[in-house]
Design a protein around this ligand. Structure first.
Ligand code: FES
Length: 122
């Protein structure tokens, strides 16, 4: 059902945990399930320095959030805004059709964290 990359990120999620004094955070839950992703970002000089996630959910959600945290460091927020569900799925080498919404949850967490950061700046 899942490819090797997905299984790897599920078995050994990258960048798990939270960031103390983070610059942005998000907490999202699935619309059709109770799965949750917490995402934390820290920035330095307008670049994302670190991203961490805690996921309480299915294998696809855990793998998606893990992959997302590896895609963010070194990007500006504008560049990070380009990371959508499709890009996460592509980076994972694909997900089963029925699990695409799980990657969407990770993308939603990112957008919420970016909004959180922007609100703090205003
Ligand atoms: Fe809920 Fe995957 S089934 S995020």
């Amino acid at each position: 059902m899942y490819n090797e990359t997905v299984i790897e990120h599920f078995n050994k999620p990258q960048n798990t945990g939270y960031i103390r004094d983070c610059d942005a955070e998000a907490r999202v839950s699935g619309s059709s399930c109770d799965d949750m992703i917490f995402l934390y970002l820290s920035l330095a000089d307008a670049y994302i320095r670190e991203a961490k996630a805690k996921t309480f959910g299915c294998a696809a959600a855990i793998a998606s959030a893990s992959m997302l945290t590896t895609m963010l460091p070194g990007k500006t927020l504008e560049e990070a805004k380009e990371i959508c569900r499709e890009k996460i799925v592509e980076s994972l080498g694909g997900l089963p059709e029925a699990k695409l919404d799980c990657a969407a949850l990770a993308a939603e967490a990112l957008m919420q964290a970016i909004r959180n950061y922007e609100e703090k700046q205003n």
